[in-house]
Design a protein around this ligand. Structure first.
Ligand code: F6P
Length: 323
């Protein structure tokens, strides 16, 4: 293979830059020319791509976000849009594409692959909801950002005998909430995979109060039915039930903008190299991920549209630790 392109798509995740760097440098090392596509699939359709040299991807590994840019692209959903993308790639002599992104982005990868254009995806999303990889690029950093916020909120919570609701991102997946909740010593974790009612949350907070705790920490996944807004509504209607006075913090996009952790930089570097190897091995419709510390590929059709389940034994662990 002589020419390949790389793009980042969907929500940015810390470590995407490290993954681009790894694709470019591994590709060049294997004798390829690697093009960077700006603004995700929109850049394919708009013909916005440029050949990248080793130095073009220098000094970016420590930066969050993606220097190539990312975008949501409605035109790519149409067949005409995808045909245009493929003919633009072919006009440059580009034989394969690497797509760094999460579930929606890999659906785009599969759409292109089905049309006969070889694509290899790299598992990258702070949600860690993607089948085919134990962890995805960006989730470790996002958890650490959430954890830092939780540690700080616990300090002010304890000073004022308050409870805090902290809502974290994750789309429909509770992984970030569960990990940050356990690592942050939360009293309660509310996740879509194990829903809790506002009454249950109130009871658990009350129990913590009655055990003499001077703070209450509830980590809530944004995808839970009873997310922070719902819980606040409930507690505002009946403020007396928990013992604590209550405040809420929604972390939102703060979790996406951090400098990637060492673990995310390592993962991104290994997956980037893995994607180039997969292309050279003749893979044409696969996701590169990590399983049991090994870089593996999984057919995109076994990944797209699925949500990786979380280990609910960890939910039990969170409950035991909160006692
Ligand atoms: O998929 C990554 C993610 O950050 C989710 O956790 C979140 O629900 C969503 O993207 C937010 O999307 P946007 O940046 O388009 O608001």
């Amino acid at each position: 293979m002589k020419r390949a392109a790389v793009l980042t798509s969907g929500g940015d995740a810390p470590g995407m830059n490290a993954a681009i760097r790894a694709v470019v440098r591994s590709g060049i090392d294997a004798g390829m020319e690697v093009f960077g596509v700006h603004d995700g699939y929109a850049g394919l359709i708009g013909n916005n791509m440029v050949s990248l040299a080793r130095r073009d991807v220098g000094n970016i590994m420590q930066l969050g976000g993606t220097f190539l840019g990312s975008a949501r692209c409605p035109e790519f959903i149409t067949l005409e849009g995808r045909q245009k993308a493929i003919s633009n790639l072919e006009a440059y002599g580009i034989e394969a594409l690497v797509v760094i992104g999460g579930n929606g982005s890999q659906a785009g990868s599969l759409d292109l692959a089905v049309m006969g254009f070889p694509v290899v995806g790299i598992a990258s999303t702070i949600d860690n909801d993607l089948e085919g990889s134990d962890v995805t690029i960006g989730v470790d950093t996002a958890i650490n950002v959430a954890l830092e916020a939780i540690d700080r909120l616990k300090i002010t919570a304890a000073s004022h005998k308050r409870a805090f609701l902290v809502e974290v991102m994750g789309r429909k997946c509770g992984y970030v909430a569960l990990m940050a909740g356990i690592a942050g010593g939360a009293e309660i974790v509310v996740i879509p995979e194990h829903e809790s009612t506002p009454e249950q949350v109130a009871q658990q907070l009350r129990a913590a109060y009655d055990r003499g705790k001077n703070h209450g920490l509830v980590v809530v996944a944004e995808g839970a039915v009873n997310n922070a807004h719902k819980l606040i509504e409930h507690f505002e209607a009946d403020p007396s039930t928990t013992g604590f006075s209550l405040r809420a913090t929604i972390l939102g996009h703060v979790q996406r903008g951090a400098s990637p952790s060492a673990s995310d930089r390592m993962l991104a570097t290994r997956l980037g190299e893995g994607a180039v190897k997969a292309l050279l091995d003749g893979k044409t419709a696969d996701l590169v991920g990590i399983r049991n510390n090994q870089i593996v590929t999984t057919p995109l059709q076994d990944v797209v549209g699925k949500q990786k389940p979380i280990d609910l034994r960890l939910f039990e662990l969170a409950q035991i630790m909160a006692q």
